[in-house]
Design a binder for this molecule. Structure first.
Ligand SMILES: [Zn+2]
Length: 363
């Protein structure tokens, strides 16, 4: 029997929408773009221009409904433009692309992605994160193949608020630490080993180029460094995720940083006021302290400090009184069930203690 693996395909650069006619032509003529309102507004003219004079036609731009939910997918399935289109363009930042990808699977049409922010890898993965209509998490919806192609136009992404890439950096470098620690000592099948091996590219380029990338985004300059950060967040993370979750298990795709994230977001004020990747970045510092990897901890602490990602409990709005609760919740999370050693409450207490002391001593 064997097995098949489908990996992302993508174009990246200042004007890659120009590649749309050539890349999409084999899939038909009629395109429906489904996405977020602001995302569509930012790319509509560019996309229309890109297909003008070609055989392709964008027949409609449709709002995805505001939440990545099966309910919205059902509504979109009945949309006349969706029904008559040969292919779907998924336009937006995460929830919109996840909804459109799910839609494409349900109606069995090819989907191409047009990511408008760089904060996650939705544009290139073969999973959609689905939520209930009330915004609560429902489930990951896995499918065999990623989108046919992602058109990552950096001149579009540069114009979005910096906070998305800022948080995306934290979630992206977490992939390296969580997958390598989770996989330590295990005999891995080829594709998981491949993913874990590649995960280094989720960390090193960001440590090197992340600060400059963020500064360049503020200045509106599409630099080499900016492009490297976009690639790490959207492409590299997607490839790693696809490879390590091929069996639909989360063992190698998550870890202590995400367990800390889930524990923190059980506090409504933290859930409200902080981005996913920002809290995950904080969790990575605790992961490194529990793992006794002080060299990397120091590097990453300095990096977080240099870009304003969290380095202490005050930055994520927890108090010493909350710690017991945070730690209790962290150790109960499924994310840390697969780890080379058991993560205990004592380990976490000591990690928090070290983190707070490190700040005091380094000042
Ligand atoms: Zn994450």
């Amino acid at each position: 029997m064997g097995y098949s693996i489908y990996l992302p395909s993508y174009s990246i650069g200042n004007d890659v929408y120009n590649n749309i006619p050539e890349i999409c032509a084999p899939f038909g003529k009629r395109i429906v773009a489904v996405g977020g309102k602001r995302a569509i507004a930012s790319v509509k003219e560019l996309l229309l221009k890109a297909v003008s004079g070609s055989q392709l036609e964008i027949i409609d731009f449709v709002w995805f409904g505001g939440e990545s939910s099966y309910e919205n997918v059902e509504i979109l399935m009945k949309n006349a433009s969706v029904k008559s289109a040969d292919m779907i363009f998924a336009v937006g930042g995460g929830k919109a692309t996840d909804t459109s990808k799910c839609l494409a699977v349900k109606v069995n049409k090819p989907v191409f992605t047009i990511p408008t922010i760089a904060s996650n890898c939705s544009a290139c993965t073969s999973v959609s994160i689905m939520y209930n209509e009330d915004g609560s998490f429902k489930e990951p919806f896995f499918f065999p193949k990623p989108p046919v192609h992602a058109f990552i136009q950096t001149s579009v992404i540069i114009n979005t608020p910096k906070k998305y890439m800022w948080a995306g950096i934290g979630d992206t470098y977490a992939k390296y630490f969580e997958s390598t620690v989770s996989a330590r000592g295990d005999n891995l099948v080829h594709y998981v080993a491949l993913g874990v091996g590649m995960s280094k590219m989720c960390y090193e380029p960001l440590l090197t180029f992340g600060k400059k990338a963020l500064d360049d985004q503020c200045a509106g300059v599409v630099s080499y460094e900016f492009e490297q950060a976009v690639l790490a967040i959207i492409v590299t993370t997607a490839i790693v995720s696809i490879l390590v979750t091929q069996d639909h298990i989360i063992d190698y795709n998550t870890g202590l940083a995400h367990a800390v994230y889930y524990a923190l977001t059980s506090f409504p004020h933290i859930e409200e006021g902080h981005l996913h990747g920002e809290l995950v970045a904080f969790g990575v510092l605790l992961l490194l302290l529990c793992d006794k990897d002080m060299d990397t901890f120091e590097k990453l602490y300095e990096f977080n400090k240099s870009v304003g990602l969290p380095i202490c409990i005050e930055d994520v709005e927890i108090t010493r009184e909350d710690l017991e609760d945070v730690i209790e919740k962290t150790v109960s999370m499924k994310d840390i069930e697969h780890n080379p050693y058991r993560i205990t409450k004592e380990m976490l207490y000591s990690a928090f203690e070290k983190l707070q002391n490190y700040k005091r001593l380094s000042h």
